[in-house]
Design a protein around this ligand. Structure first.
Ligand SMILES: [Zn+2]
Length: 341
């Protein structure tokens, strides 16, 4: 009887350790410990055992039942753990698989130059505004002292949408707009960067769409010296501390007097080279004192108030700064070009 019990114990233990699922363990429990299980079957033969031995057999049977129950419980835990592990293995992500790469872009050379311009003027206490690209003829021309049939209109072949509305040909309409908005409040110290449109031929130095940045200061006692100093500070921040500037008399209908501004060539330090076409100077922008008529149209008294304005081409500045010889490269989206900045 004892031997039968011992053999049941070892058979049951082996069955438990061989089981790999909860269902198999349940079957083992029923087979050995169930109401009609093997342990019960053996205990039914107790009547054949000598009475004095019965308590010993009974105790052994209890120990075996207890041992098997403990083993079953701990083995169920083990089986659940293995099932979870297998599930995790099945569902795990392969983090070594290369992902879909995102190509990171970078800033366009024109954006870089526009940011430089804006930052330089912000440091000098200017505000930044943007005007509309679709503009009234009034602001684009008339408020800037360019009446209908004025010959200066011929210099700017325009994209007209209607008789009175066009794509702005320069950022100067912003001068008229800002003065009209804030007059009679002073001072005005603003820049206006943005796109402009002209029916120019597209060649190495002309594009039908291009950038301009307008600079405007209006206050009491604004002088030409203020204009020159502001431009010198700008040019040195943009092109290096060694640069000097030269002002040549010029004509714009909305400034008087007017000037073209050249900077000393940074490629040859003024010696003369192919970049400056041997002159030692590079033309970078136009400027002048705001025309009294423009001040008047905006509602200021030109005998008390004065101002200066300048307009620069970020395309031109970017071409000079980065040594680019064709303006069309900015607008062709050729990555071989754009990746160089
Ligand atoms: Zn040069």
């Amino acid at each position: 009887m004892e031997r039968k019990l011992q053999s049941l114990l070892s058979t049951a233990l082996k069955a438990i350790s061989d089981a790999t699922t909860q269902e198999e363990l349940d079957k083992v429990r029923i087979r050995f410990l169930g109401r009609k299980g093997e342990l019960t079957q053996i205990l039914r033969q107790m009547k054949d055992v000598a009475p004095e031995k019965r308590p010993i057999i009974g105790q052994l049977a209890n120990e075996i039942r207890h041992r098997l129950e403990t083993e079953l419980t701990s083995h169920i835990e083990e089986v659940r753990r293995l099932v979870r592990l297998k599930q995790l293995e099945r569902e795990q992500l392969d983090i070594t698989l290369p992902g879909a790469t995102t190509t990171l872009g970078h800033k366009h050379p024109l954006s870089l130059v526009l940011e430089d311009i804006v930052n330089i003027f912000l440091q000098m206490g200017f505000d930044v505004f943007e005007g509309p690209e679709v503009e009234y003829d009034y602001y684009n021309f008339e408020a800037l002292n360019i009446p209908k049939h004025h010959p200066a209109r011929d210099m700017q072949d325009s994209f007209y949408l209607t008789e009175e509305i066009l794509l702005r040909t320069h950022t100067s309409p912003f001068q008229a707009r800002i003065m009209e908005q804030v007059a009679p409040e002073l001072p005005i110290r603003v820049i206006c960067p943005g796109r402009c449109y002209r029916r120019d031929l597209a060649d190495a130095t002309h594009s039908p769409m291009f950038y301009q940045t307008e600079v405007l200061v209006v206050d009491e006692n604004v002088s030409f010296a203020n204009l020159k100093h502001t431009l010198l500070v700008f040019v040195r921040e943009m092109f290096g501390k060694e640069r000097s500037i030269r002002l040549r008399p010029s004509f714009f209908p909305f400034t008087e007097p007017s000037a073209e501004v050249d900077i000393s060539c940074f490629a040859c330090e003024g010696e003369g080279c192919s970049l400056c076409k041997g002159t030692g100077w590079l033309e970078v922008l136009g400027c002048g004192m705001v025309h009294p008529k423009v001040l008047e149209i905006a509602g200021y008294d030109p005998s008390k108030i004065s101002g200066f304005a300048a307009g620069m081409g970020p395309d031109r500045i970017a071409m000079l700064k980065y040594g680019i010889d064709d303006i069309r490269l900015f607008y062709e989206n050729d990555l071989r070009f754009l990746h160089q900045f």
